[in-house]
Design a protein around this ligand. Structure first.
Ligand code: HEM
Length: 428
């Protein structure tokens, strides 16, 4: 891993002290066990206490109010996204040594690349995400949903839904979209889980070194895959990107193509797994609304928006200041990490009536910021919503008697992504 320039993951530098006058929270961190288990009541209290504060455990300024989050998202010159893929904590020497390999050189391309390069690269990638192309996935998702439900039904109730359905399908879908060969799905899925721990978790030194080995292997895989695709094109995003590079090498480099593939294979995967699980948690905990959805599939799109507000699969994101500025009214120097806490903002009662109530009919459910905002707005938002819609259609039509089994939910310790590790479901 190379500390400077455009490297995809950058080492965390010195942690700045709290800005003058900014309230300091000594105990709270998004990695605290109680917050991982149930963040919303705590998130609401944090905002009520201090809308902007400094978290000593994170070393970031935490912003909780929607207006300020909107402002930060839309001012990409002052608040850069260059830190969004970086490990939260400094890497141990063993992990640093692994990532110092000269061929570990992915570059920031989309979520973590500043303008104007970001816009230049996004134009090419956006073409691959046309509505038409997303729609071509429909037969695959419908067929695989049915196959996975058949397998669940074959084994019988109850089932563990993450392993049976929610984990395999989003991975497979985005891997076919990119063009990865089917035989590599398991390997790719395990590397993606490692990415979550590496960039957004708090691994021990030993775990960090092991994760670093996996990141290196994952990057080398993406490079070999891109080289192979160059020789054997298909009807997939990777082939399109390679062709776009060849048509205009000055506009998008080959290394940028490799790096897009490295980034996208993660981006399109686990947040969707979490979204389908969180959707079922919300709906099955509100039986009347589940029954409504089973009877009328046209309610699903707004139900998904409400899940993205009420129990999102992404509850925070990061930025870093590029110059001296103010945040929440406090002067902050250049280089300050900003932790954008969506969980607090998504329960604001000046935006939503009764924000702690889950309501699939809510007219402004889609005012959430789960996909970000501004120039980096999630490129896969339509893709993720379409996929989740098809999956919910299949599950609700095949298993309307679905219900939650009494269970304690566990959440993988990380600062941003949120969905249960296991979800036990039963049906009649
Ligand atoms: C529920 C699922 C998903 C959630 C909650 C989510 C959320 C996000 C968020 C918060 C960002 C950062 C936005 C910002 O900085 O303003 C982002 C960026 C991005 N997402 Fe997603 N995402 C999801 C699914 C996907 C999928 C399925 C794909 C692709 C197949 C994808 C591809 C991307 C890409 C490429 C970016 C970077 C865009 C840019 O910087 O121009 N995401 N996503």
């Amino acid at each position: 891993m190379h500390p400077m320039g455009n490297s995809y993951h950058q080492e965390r530098g010195d942690v700045p002290p709290p800005p003058t006058g900014c309230p300091v929270h000594r105990d709270w961190s998004p990695l605290n066990a109680d917050y991982l288990e149930e963040p919303y009541a705590i998130a609401e209290q944090l905002q009520a206490d201090h809308p902007t504060f400094y978290s000593e455990k994170l070393g970031y300024v935490v912003v909780t109010e929607m207006d300020e989050l909107d402002r930060i998202f839309t001012d990409h010159e002052t608040f850069a996204s260059t830190n969004v893929q970086d490990p939260v904590y400094a890497l141990c020497p063993a992990a640093q040594e692994v990532l110092a390999a000269p061929d570990f050189n992915p570059v920031g391309v989309m979520s973590n690349r500043p303008e104007p390069d970001h816009g230049r690269i996004r134009v090419h990638t956006r073409q691959g995400f046309s509505n038409k192309r997303i729609k071509t996935l429909e037969p695959y998702i419908r067929r695989r949903s049915d196959e996975l439900i058949d397998a669940m039904v074959g084994v019988g109730s109850p089932t563990e839904f993450v392993d049976a359905f929610a984990f395999p399908l989003p991975g497979e879908t985005v891997f076919r979209f990119i063009g990865f060969p089917q035989g590599d799905d398991e390997l790719l899925k395990s590397w993606c889980s490692d990415r979550k721990a590496f960039s957004w978790g708090q691994p021990t030194d030993e775990q960090q070194a092991e994760l670093a080995e996996h990141m290196l292997a994952y990057w080398r895989y993406c490079r070999d895959f891109t080289a192979d695709k160059r020789k054997h094109r298909g009807d997939d995003l990777a082939s399109e990107l390679i062709t776009a590079h060849e048509n205009n090498p000055g506009d998008m480099t080959y290394q940028e193509v490799e790096s897009i593939i490295y980034g996208l294979s993660f981006a399109g995967h686990e947040a969707v797994t979490a979204l389908i699980c969180n959707s079922l948690l919300c709906l099955l905990n509100h039986r009347d609304q589940w029954d409504e959805v089973c009877a009328d599939l046209s309610l699903i799109p707004n139900a998904i928006e409400e899940v993205l507000r009420f129990n999102s699969s992404q509850i925070a994101w990061r930025r870093v200041t590029t110059k001296d500025t103010t945040v929440g009214g406090f002067d902050v120097p250049a280089g300050t990490g900003i932790f954008m806490n969506f969980a607090s903002a998504h329960r604001q009662n000046d935006i939503w009536d009764n924000p702690n109530v889950f309501d699939i009919h809510r007219p402004n459910a889609n005012r959430h910021i789960s996909f970000g905002k501004g120039v980096h707005f999630c490129l896969g938002a339509k893709f993720a919503k379409f996929e989740t819609q098809l999956m919910l259609e299949a599950v609700s039509q095949r298993l309307p008697s679905l219900q939650l089994v009494d269970q304690e939910l566990e959440y993988f310790p990380n600062i941003t992504f949120r969905g249960p590790s296991k979800l036990h479901l039963a049906w009649a």
